[in-house]
Each structure stands twice: as C-alpha cells, then as structure tokens.
Design a protein around this ligand. Structure first.
Ligand SMILES: Nc1ncnc2c1ncn2[C@@H]1O[C@H](COP(=O)(O)OP(=O)(O)O)[C@@H](O)[C@H]1O
Ligand SMILES: [Mg+2]
Length: 265
C-alpha cells in the first residue's frame, strides 16, 4: 500500500523580491491518497495542476515541505532504508519516451538498464539475451527488435520498450506519467490493453497520471482529481457520474457531448 498523507510542496520562484528575498509558489496543498495493492489509481488534472510534482513525491525524487509518503508502512523520506524500500518496488514510465530512452542504446541495452537494477538488488546474474527476448515478447514485440535503435521504432513500439524496461526491474508498482499522452488514439488503446494484461499477469499496482478522463475510465479503479494543486474529488471510477465536483463535471460533459456527436454522425 502506497500512501500520501497531507502533502504540501512549494518551489522557490526565480523572481527575487528585493525586500523579502525569494518568494515561494505552493504547488501541492494538503494532498492525501492511498493506492491499494493490485489496483490502479488515476491522477487526473489539467496541465500545471501538480500531477507530475505528485508523481515525483511518490517516486522518491522530491521531498515534500510537510506531510508523509509511506510505502507498506515504511516512510519513503527521512531514511535510506525508506528510499531503498521504494526503489526496490517501484518503476516509472514517463511521457517522453524519446528522451527517456538513450538514442545511442540498442533496445537490448535500454531493457538491460532495468535488468541491471534487478541484478543489483538480488545479487544475481541474469541471462541477458533470454531475459530481453522474454520481455520483448511480454510487451508484444518480436525478439529481433533487440538490435534496433530507438529511431528505428515507432512511438508506440518505443513506449513498449520503455514498459519492458520498467517491468525488467521486477517491480510491485509502476507509475505512469502521461505515458500514452503523445501517442495517437489507436496506439493509446493498444498500449492500455497491454497495461491491463500486464497488471493481471504480474499482479502489479498502477498509478496512472493523465489529463485524459477516457484513459482513466478504461484503466483505473479509483480516480483523484487534482485542480490547482488541491484534491477536489477522490472516488471509485464506477461512481464518477455522481461527482459533484465542478471540474470533474466539466470533463465528463465534454466526453458525453463528444460521444453524442459521434452517434449523430
Ligand atoms: N522544479 C520546479 N521548480 C519550480 N516550479 C515547478 C517545478 N516543477 C513544477 N513546478 C511548477 O509546479 C506547477 C505544477 O507542475 P506539474 O506538477 O509539472 O504539473 P502537471 O504535471 O499537472 O502539468 C506548475 O506551475 C509548474 O510550473
Ligand atoms: Mg506533468
């Protein structure tokens, strides 16, 4: 179980005030949430609402000003053991697969980064060729792709490689930050199908950050709406139509109108 309790985060702004020194901009306000094992939590909000900041707190990269982040009862910040506990259990997939994959690495080396993490943790040596071929198959790519470079793959294929790298660490939890947002609609659905299947097969827990409500309804059990750094709604996806939250309602209406238009042709 991964929990955030009353998280506040602020950043120093560049603008320097002559009298008061640096000013700070608060980005997250009293954010709390729980991700239960084996479920998928969606974090939804428009650009700048603080989703990635929340993601960085969750993956151990950003210590909050106040509040607690706790994984399986162990606080993530404040001790080396806490950080290690997190690193052992959590992988991340980012939106920008073109920069998160080294352009000079072949696919086998990109996936190899994840295998190295697993080897270091378990003090074992893996059969690299076999593991890479197996992981490629797991994400629906031919084993022959292991020799390719990122520029020899489509966006969807490269994102599959990044997913294979995340899975290679043998994580319990995967955090996706806008991981499908820059793919075309058809490829998005294919990747979401893959994510669903992997989650079942490997017993994974997901945190899925997006600005797209459709992806949330497709993939998530619970949804948290973030608006200007505050949680405005947090509920099971199955009850989303009952929301009283303005922002959530606006998003829902946009989808319903869109679907009506589709139906009208
Ligand atoms: N390292 C940083 N330093 C200063 N401001 C930041 C930093 N990271 C994010 N911000 C600010 O925090 C706010 C939320 O950003 P972010 O979490 O990236 O939102 P989202 O992912 O929802 O688009 C934005 O106003 C952004 O400019
Ligand atoms: Mg973001």
């Amino acid at each position: 179980m991964l929990e955030l309790k009353h998280i506040n985060v602020s950043f120093r702004t560049e603008r320097q005030d002559r009298i008061f020194g640096h000013t700070r901009q608060q980005v997250l306000f009293d954010v709390s949430m729980t991700v239960r094992d084996g479920t998928c939590l969606g974090i939804l909000g428009e650009s700048g609402s603080g989703k990635s900041t929340m993601g960085r707190v969750l993956c151990g990269l950003l210590k909050p000003d106040s509040g607690e982040a706790v994984l399986d009862g162990v606080p993530i910040y404040g001790s080396r053991a806490g950080r290690r506990n997190l690193q052992n259990k959590l992988s991340v997939v980012f939106q920008d697969y073109t920069t998160s994959a080294n352009p000079r690495f072949r696919v086998r080396d990109i996936i190899g980064e994840g295998l190295t993490v697993q080897e270091r943790r378990e003090g074992s040596r893996l059969d690299r060729n076999w593991e890479v071929a197996d992981l490629l198959e797991t994400v629906g790519l031919p084993a022959a792709f292991s020799d390719r470079f990122p520029h020899e793959l489509s966006g969807g294929q490269l994102q599959r490689v990044c997913i294979a790298r995340a899975v290679a660490c043998n994580p319990k939890i995967i955090l996706f930050d806008e991981a499908i947002s820059s793919l075309d609609a058809h490829t998005q659905v294919q990747i979401m199908d893959l994510l669903r299947e992997l989650k079942e097969r490997l017993g994974l827990t997901y945190i899925f950050i997006t600005h797209d409500l459709t992806a949330i309804t497709y993939l998530c059990d619970d949804v948290l709406f973030l608006y200007q750094g505050r949680v405005t709604e947090y509920m099971p996806v199955s009850r989303i139509s009952e929301t009283k939250d303005d922002y959530a309602r606006r998003l829902l209406q946009a989808i319903i109108v869109f679907e009506d238009e589709e139906a009208d042709g």
